[in-house]
Design a protein around this ligand. Structure first.
Ligand SMILES: [Zn+2]
Length: 470
């Protein structure tokens, strides 16, 4: 649901050049390339990397709330997409003790948020490999271009990791771009009495030496920005609602106000209603995390996969119903179907905002027409077209949400209810567990409906000018 972006970024090094050279090789083995230090995102040039595709993160970590120290290893399993002599991972702060590739010690160096790994020998194109990074330190809180906080946020009894858009690199080395989704196994050891809650399913807990290790498994592909772990004293509720996914909900007891409890009780009902819009719930488990962050520190909810996060220290309710509806809708639009690049973020926020409008009408509140009119009349909706946020600081600005929702409102008017609702349900299925761009969406709409929707998308998605009327 949030906001924005990154750290100062270093200039593009010569690695891109080396990458191109590798394609020109004549006879014999081509020279081993250096994987690019960025995934090519217009808004976050240094986010992600080139030369490989991650399939699995195995994070075996330990946290000490008293000192704030995180330590452990990350096994990053990937497939080389070119012959690689070296490659980068994204990591901000922390101290790397050693790196191995395929069990063999590898060289490494750090520059800004880039960790460059040099395997003992080149990796063949198509080869699967595991890079093991041993690291430790007090993880950083990052400040985004829009001023919001992400990365690792300490609380008075633990910590919370929030990663949209680039905060994941504050707590594990990764290919930190939404286009590279992977499965995860996270084991987090914490002092007895504390809980570590993350994405996916709780695969087990082990107790040893006054500590408890929680093993969370995320088998469906997940973007790094959706990975979370929350450590603290939580009231945990597990349930198996009939006909719905099992739930694991962790709430800081101080945030367990009546309004929040009432909201969370409605998760099964909301997921059922959203399944009617978007198709079957895409994941094997659901729930929510409500942690007690200090004021001014991550004061936003986030659609962390399986169980969205809510900050607990604001005025009650900690989990407003419309925010819960918004974050749960992201499980389809954002978490299962993930933007290909950050400029496609309206595909998350426009859809989630439109879902809020539908929910308000469903609950007997404002009609969708009233919500659309309010969005249309808001000058803040018109500062840039939703398909192209001008800078990283605009990623979570009003046009992405409210004008993004107006795109869907106009599409419904053009198609009529029946065809629009069929399209709304078909879209998440088209790109389930993958990535999609704005161009993918407009092409899908044209193909699905057989209509020329170019003028509509030009007016509502791309044009800088505000239309004369709704
Ligand atoms: Zn959102």
């Amino acid at each position: 649901m949030p906001r924005t972006a990154a750290l100062p970024r270093v200039a593009l090094p010569a690695a891109l050049l080396a990458c191109c050279l590798s394609c020109t090789g004549g006879g014999g083995a081509p020279p081993a390339a250096a994987g690019a230090p960025g995934a090519g995102d217009r808004l976050f040039p240094q986010a992600g990397n080139g030369g490989y595709d991650v399939t699995h993160y195995g994070l075996d970590l330990s946290y000490d709330p008293a000192t704030g120290r995180l330590s452990g290893t990350a096994d990053v399993t990937a497939t080389a997409t070119e012959r690689l002599g070296r490659f980068n991972l994204d990591l901000s702060g922390l101290t790397v003790g050693s790196v191995a590739v395929g069990g063999h010690p590898a060289g490494f160096s750090r520059s800004g948020d880039e960790l460059t790994v040099r395997p003992a020998g080149p990796l063949a194109r198509g080869a699967q490999f595991t890079a093991t990074v041993a690291y430790a330190g007090v993880p950083r809180t990052l400040t985004d271009p829009d001023g919001s906080k992400e990365g690792w946020l300490r609380t008075d009894d633990g910590a919370v990791a929030l990663g949209e858009p680039v905060g994941a690199m504050a707590w594990f080395p990764c290919d930190n771009h939404p286009s590279d989704k992977a499965a995860y196994d996270l084991t987090m050891s914490v002092p007895d009495g504390l809980t570590a809650v993350s994405n996916g399913d709780l695969a087990g807990t082990t107790h040893s030496g006054g500590r408890t290790a929680f093993h969370w498994r995320t088998s469906r592909p997940m973007a790094t920005y959706l990975a979370t772990v929350a450590i603290g004293r939580f009231t945990v509720t597990r349930s198996a609602p009939p006909g719905g996914p099992p739930q694991y909900t962790a709430v800081d007891p101080r945030s367990d106000d009546p309004g929040t409890a009432a909201s969370l009780r409605r998760i099964p009902e909301i997921l059922r209603w959203e399944s009617g819009l978007f198709g079957p719930y895409p994941f094997a488990s659901a729930g929510a995390i409500v942690a007690h962050l200090a004021r001014g520190q991550g004061g936003y909810a986030l659609e962390t996969q399986n169980r969205p996060f809510f900050p607990g220290a604001s005025d009650p309710p900690a989990v407003p119903l419309n925010t819960l509806v918004h974050e749960l809708s992201h499980q389809w639009v954002g978490d299962s179907v993930t933007p290909r690049s950050w400029q496609d973020i309206w595909l998350n926020e426009g859809f989630a905002t439109y879902t809020e409008w539908l929910w308000a009408a469903h609950e007997g509140g404002d009609s969708v027409d009233t919500s659309a009119a309010a969005a249309f009349d808001d000058p803040a909706s018109w500062t840039f077209p939703p398909a192209s946020p001008p800078t990283a600081a605009d990623l979570f600005a009003t046009p992405v949400y409210r004008r993004g929702a107006l795109v869907l409102y106009e599409l419904r008017r053009a198609l009529g209810d029946a065809e629009f609702l069929r399209l709304l349900r078909a879209w998440p299925a088209q790109h389930a567990y993958g990535n999609a761009s704005t161009a993918d969406f407009t092409a899908f709409c044209a193909h699905f409906t057989g209509r020329d929707l170019t003028p509509l998308f030009h007016t509502w998605l791309y044009d800088a000018a505000k239309p004369a009327h709704l």
